[in-house]
Ligand binder design. Sequence first.
Ligand code: OFO
Length: 175
Amino acid sequence: MLSSKVTKALNTQIELEASSSQYYLAMASWAETEGLSGVSGFLYKHADEERMHMLKLIKFVNERGGHGIVPALKQPPHKFKSVKAVFEEILKHEIKVTSEINNLVDVTLKEKDYTTHNFLQWYVSEQIEEEALARQIVDKLKLIGEDRSGLYFFDRDLIGITASTEGGAEKGQKN
Ligand code: OFO
């Protein structure tokens, strides 16, 4: 049975995962209107993955006698300055999510809730991967700079990256 403190902290995380999903969905839609099919495909998939992270938390909370609350969400921005600005935002956002996950892990230790602590280890590893990938993409975009043909090849490369990480959303569901 979850303590009220842990339930509250998990519900805050549910809200953060849901708003991450909305945020990335808004970025995906913007990229699609810019004709960047590789970038938009990557971001649509990322939005799906964040939704799975939210679902996984809701199910866990409910299974352990709490109530996973579906949150109201603020409208995310719908215009972005550039692809580089988008991925810089993603990296910043993922760093913030990592720190929230760490705070959550801290709450479980203080509450001596080792089951939830164990459950959260999946999120800890996931954040390492997501931050590393976002950082790698931002570095690539820095190299490309203002070069339009570089951006064209980058967009194509992202199709490959999306395919190679295929199964991420399902992975979130299964674990
Ligand atoms: Fe939910 O994994 Fe990133 O934010």
